[in-house]
Design a protein around this ligand. Sequence first.
Ligand code: GLU
Ligand code: ZN
Length: 291
Amino acid sequence: MAGKIRFAPSPTGYLHEGHLLSALYVWAAAKKWGLHIHLRIEDHDRGRSRQAYVDGIREDLEWLGFEYDSFSIQSERNEIYQGVLDKLTSQGLIYPCTCSRKQLEAENPKGDTGEIIYQGKCRNLCQNIAEPHSLRFKVTDKVIQWSDYRLGDFAENPAMQCGDFPVKDREGCWTYQFAACVDDLEQEITHIVRGEDIRNSTARQIDLSQAICNAFVKPYNRPLYLHHGLIVDPTGKKLSKRELAHSIRQDKQEGISPEALLGRVLFKAGFQSVSHVTSLQDAIDKISNSF
Ligand code: GLU
Ligand code: ZN
């Protein structure tokens, strides 16, 4: 096959319509470009992940007819993450940060995304620290040029967007940025298709991935990126927490068919002017023709 794509939900809840739209894009890209499909459960946040959601996600994908070629779950990959962390640490690219959430908020400016831009207060702390701490990656202070298949060209400097970011949090969990980068590299992901809501992660993930490849003296083959539009409410706003909390599982229990649900998602995402019953193959084709 020409490459590999992943669908990477976090099991902190059941799948909702937003996930379903993402899945349609992933399967559409796989069909268009002939890609291997990998299902990756991103349960790096040990406090919020639940086994019931892992099982639920797999059951719901099966019920909808989404088939995949391989599977992994982050909680079984601790040694891989530790190996990469050790390597980056040996290169002087990781340091402990003892700042509390309160301090971080109070002491750092915020960028236009509302995220804080960490100013590097703890950069020179000694490595062996007993106090509670996170571990941060030293970002490269440079503009990263990258292209989105749908949205065009971007030029972004992670040092100006978020500064040095955590790879492990104070609770000892790997962060999304770190686990996702390590997995994308190690699983040889060639195509990354995900929602526009995490587009901001891309430049920092490129920087971290480049650093990891340099540390292991391996070439870095950047994946193709496509960030898709999101389901919005009729006034154009992002879905509320409550709307997003409404799960596919609830719909299923209320007796809706997969085809009716797919039709509803296509309608809400603006692909159909009315919500009509649509087969998975037709839904995938419809999305695939849109990019
Ligand atoms: N786990 C992330 C989510 O559920 C997806 C991350 C990604 O595709 O890079 O939003
Ligand atoms: Zn700090």
